[in-house]
Design a binder for this molecule. Structure first.
Ligand code: TRP
Ligand code: SF4
Length: 409
């Protein structure tokens, strides 16, 4: 992935999750493990997207309230560290809604209708009426969630990449329409001069070459030069990138997806783990349930009798071993399964024990947070405040360039 561009030195990460029910191992391996790593590498903002939950659950909003808090408990229990990142609730930062409205003014309908998840989800969730204005705007609200923080990176699953593409298009359109700052040319030249005589000369030469001949290498060289400057203010940086490309000031930088490096954990039936397939193990699943659910899992269909050898690659239980078992246990399974040396129940017991062991400390921590809701609420209150401060800064700029600052002198 190429991340040269105005976002490359922007080390802010934003991501959200809809509060649609208890989190399961699919969330843990697919999302949370990734976030837990990122929180130590970037400035991270993670939020519960309660408005996004309403787009599909507007008929039963009661559950959302409880799910919001339970989601935070799960995050914290899994190792999201509020000392290293900010946790907040989308609807407690109304700037997201304001930005969504403002972006809606310049977003062509066709862009939203063409987002693949729009039709897909409508078809998948046939029992719900999703021919709503709010549902069409789902990915644009997501764009606002991201652009309000000028995030450089957004950890998401494959299914969300199209929403990031839309976000970049909207940002580009916004910058094109509103990046025409008064005195932009002079301000850019002044910013270039601040890099020192020699650098400024190289920079201007790159800008000239790119603009006159479309020389992409010159553009890249210019960008690299700007991004290597330590003491350039964010505003100047945005001007320098904009000037280089011959556009205006970049007000809303384009964010890039960060796809998880962790392998996905399939559900109990081998399909994607998802609540709607009823194939999940919840992070706070009771140990006896975990054992029961694994005991009835399908196995390699060729292993009908205990004496039939099997092939772990054709068995969903093996996917769990791959994530949860030691090398030694995995060798035992491989060997035992293919020679009919072990039975499926033994094999399953080994992996359910490992899962229970892995979840034990997480479940204990969840219990502690659950018994200390004032602490959870304080963490979220602080996160909301920090998020609002940042989003407000962006909105001030956005209102300004859109002509919405009506000062009463
Ligand atoms: N749509 C995302 C999902 O279903 C959730 C989400 C909402 C999100 N706003 C976001 C993710 C902003 C990343 C950034 O998973
Ligand atoms: Fe699956 Fe284990 Fe049975 Fe082999 S022994 S089929 S891996 S459950």
């Amino acid at each position: 992935m190429s991340v040269t561009g105005s976002g490359s030195e922007n080390q802010r990460v934003v991501s959200g999750m809809r509060p649609t029910g208890p989190l399961h191992l699919g969330h843990y391996h697919g999302v949370l493990k990734n976030w837990i790593q990122l929180q130590y590498q970037y400035e991270c903002f993670f939020f519960v997207a309660d408005w996004h939950a309403l787009t599909t659950h507007y008929e039963d909003p009661i559950d959302i309230e409880e799910n919001v808090w339970e989601t935070f408990i799960d995050w914290l229990a899994c190792g999201i560290n509020p000392g290293s990142c900010k946790l907040f609730i989308q609807s407690r930062v109304p700037e997201h809604a304001e930005l969504h409205l403002l972006l809606s003014m310049l977003t062509p309908l066709g862009w939203l209708e063409r987002v693949p998840t729009y039709k897909d989800q409508q078809e998948k969730l046939r029992e719900k009426d999703l021919a709503t204005y709010g549902f069409l705007g789902y990915p644009l609200l997501q764009s606002a969630d991201i652009l309000a923080y000028k995030a450089g990176f957004v950890p998401v699953g494959e299914d969300q990449v199209s929403h990031l593409e839309l976000t970049r298009e909207v940002a580009r359109r916004f910058n094109h329409l509103y990046g025409k700052e008064k005195g932009f040319e002079e301000k850019s030249l002044a910013a270039a001069a601040k890099m020192g005589k020699k650098n400024a000369a190289i920079y201007l030469e790159c800008a000239k070459q790119y603009r006159e001949t479309g020389n992409v290498e010159a553009l890249e060289r210019g960008k690299a030069l700007v991004s290597s400057q330590g003491n350039v203010s964010l505003g100047d940086r945005e001007r320098l990138y904009g000037y280089l490309e011959g556009t205006g000031k970049i007000i809303l930088p384009e964010p890039y997806p960060l796809l998880s490096q962790h392998p996905k954990l399939p559900g109990l039936d081998g399909q994607k783990m998802s609540k709607s397939y009823g194939n999940t193990i919840a992070i706070r699943e009771a140990p006896e349930n975990i054992e029961k659910k694994i005991r009835v899992m399908p196995t390699d269909p060729a292993r009908v009798r205990r004496t039939d050898p099997g092939d772990p690659e054709k068995c969903p239980v093996w996917s769990l071993h791959k994530v949860y078992s030691s090398e030694e246990t995995k060798n035992w399974v491989m060997q035992g399964c293919t020679t009919a040396g072990i039975g499926c129940l033994e094999c399953k017991k080994a992996v359910s024990d490992a899962i229970v062991e892995h979840l034990r400390p997480i479940q204990e921590r969840a219990m502690e947070y659950k018994n200390n809701m004032p602490l959870v609420k304080e963490i979220v209150r602080e996160g909301c405040e920090a998020a609002r401060d940042l989003a407000e800064e962006t909105l001030e700029e956005v209102r300004e360039v859109m002509g919405l600052v009506h000062r009463e002198r």
